[in-house]
Design a protein around this ligand. Structure first.
Ligand code: CA2
Length: 143
């Protein structure tokens, strides 16, 4: 089973500021947590992070016929990007949306998720563990 994990803008800056919202663990620890989860489940995970909307659209398109599932945290593009929503719909790959923080308990502008409209599940407010939960959920769903 092949799963693609996509992280959007500024997720690579995790741990340097706003620890009350995003925790104190850094991006390299997130990468390691995801890889450990994949190894425990005996599945293959590829990780991709970009600060650019078009690069994320390209990554989703490139996943077509290569990946069984997608875990995506589009970060700020969650709330703005119809292009990412359309790309997820276009490839039709089962996707789970992850947010480290509880977007529904934050500013109004964070409470709309375009990407979430094309996802089979959203996990928010679970910190970095949300990524583990998303991979476990997808691997069960795809069995
Ligand atoms: O809670 C999440 O996972 C978010 O997707 C994170 C995004 C935010 O725009 C979304 O509304 C919710 C932000 C990514 C990380 O931003 C940082 C901010 C300060 C320091 C380090 C990273």
């Amino acid at each position: 089973m092949n799963i693609l994990v996509i992280n959007g803008p500024n997720i690579n800056m995790l741990g340097i500021r706003e620890p009350d919202i995003y925790g104190s663990q850094g991006f390299s620890q997130l990468l390691q947590l995801i890889e450990n989860t994949a190894q425990e489940l005996g599945i293959h995970v590829t990780q991709f992070q970009s600060n650019h909307e078009g690069a994320i659209v390209d990554a989703i398109q490139d996943a077509y016929r290569k990946y069984d599932g997608i875990v995506i945290n589009p970060a700020a593009y969650t709330h703005t990007s119809v292009a990412i929503l359309d790309a997820l719909k276009a490839v039709g790959i089962p996707a789970v949306e992850v947010h480290i923080s509880d977007i529904n308990a934050r500013e109004n502008f964070r409470q709309l998720s375009y990407a979430g409209m094309a996802c089979i599940k959203t996990i928010a407010g679970q910190g970095l563990d949300g990524y583990r939960q998303a991979i476990v959920y997808l691997s069960e769903y795809l069995k």
